[in-house]
Design a protein around this ligand. Sequence first.
Ligand code: CAA
Ligand code: NAD
Length: 282
Amino acid sequence: MNIRKIGVIGAGLMGAGIAQVAAQAGYQVILRDLEDKLVEKGFSVIKKNLEKAQSKGKLTKDEVQEVLGRMSTTTQLGDLQDADLIIEAIIEHMPIKKELFTQLDQICKPEAIFATNTSGLSITELATVTKRCQQVIGMHFFNPVPVMKLVEIIRGEETSTEVLEVIRQVTEKMGKESITVNEAPLFAVNRILVPMLNEAMFVLMEGIAEAEDIDKGMCLGANHPIGPLALADLVGLDTLLFVMETLHKETGDSKYRPCPLLRQKVRAGHLGKKTGQGFYKY
Ligand code: CAA
Ligand code: NAD
C-alpha cells in the first residue's frame, strides 16, 4: 500500500513529535486533538522545533515552509477520512483508545492502517473493536520523537505481514531504526526501562538517596544520558503510572507494583515537565 497521508491523533508530547517527523519525511499530515487550543499548542511546538533547526543551519527557510505546508490541524475526526495511515497517540487508557478506534473504523477507508503509539497496552485487544484486525499494529516511538532513533514495531495476534512491511518502510522513511517485537505487556524496551524508573522512585521514597544523587549516580555510574527521575519527569508521571499499572495487572506479579510515591505525585497533579513539576521543578 502506498502511504501518502498520515493522520496523527493526539497533539501532546508524542503526537506533535510524530507529526513533525512524518511531515519532514514528506508525508501529508493531519494532526487532531480534542480542542483548538490543544492542536494549536502541538503545532506551535512543531514550528518552534523547525525554526530551531533552521537557526542551527540544519534546515533552510524554504524547507521549513515546505514541511509546515504539508501539515494541517483539526478537531474533527471526520477530517481524517482519507488518511492512508492513522498513528494514534492519545492518553494511555484502553477504554478511551477503544472508543477512538471504533469511531475510526467507521470513518476511515477500509484499506487504511491503524497504528498505535501505546507504551504497553495490547494491540490485539485494541484491534478487536475494528473490522480490520490485520491492519492494526503497534508503532512505538520514543520521547523526544525528533531525537530518538528507535521505533518499536509490535505485531498483534492478527497483524498481517504486509502491514508490518509497510510500517517498516514508513519508519525507515522517517529516518528511524526499527525493531520488531511480539505482543507482550510493555513490549521489549519499556518492559526493561519502566521498572527501572519505578525502582528509582522506591530508592527515593525509602530515603536511600536524594533525587539529585540518584540521577547523578545513574548518569555517571551507568552512563545514562539523564537520570531515571529526570526521565520519569520527561515521560510524564501520569503516563508512567498507567504503564506500570498495565504491567502489574497483566503479569499479576507484585514486583511490578507502582511506587506509592508515583501515585502520590499523579494525585497532586505533578505530572513532570509538562506541568512544571514532578520529581523536579521546571
Ligand atoms: N524536541 C526536539 N528536539 C529536542 C528535544 C525535544 N523535546 N529535546 C532535546 N532536543 C534536541 C536539542 O535541540 C539538541 O539538538 P542539537 O543536537 O541539534 O543541538 C539535542 O536534542 C540535545 O539536546 P540538549 O543538548 O538540550 O540536551 P541533552 O544532551 O540532555 O539531550 C535528550 C536531550 C536527547 C532528551 C537526552 O537527555 C536523552 O537522550 N534523554 C533520554 C531520553 C530517553 O531515554 N527517552 C526514552 C523515554 S521512554 C519512552 O519514550 C517510551 C515510553 O513509552 C514511555
Ligand atoms: P500527552 O498527555 O502529552 O498527550 C495526549 C494528547 O491526546 C492530549 O493532548 C489529549 O488532549 C489528546 N487526546 C486525548 N483523547 C483524545 C482523543 N479521543 N482524540 C484526540 N486527542 C485526544 O501524552 P503523550 O505523552 O503524548 O502520550 C500519548 C501516547 O503515547 C500514550 O499512549 C503514551 O503511553 C504513549 N507514549 C508516551 C511516551 C512518553 O514518553 N510520554 C513515549 C512513548 C509512547
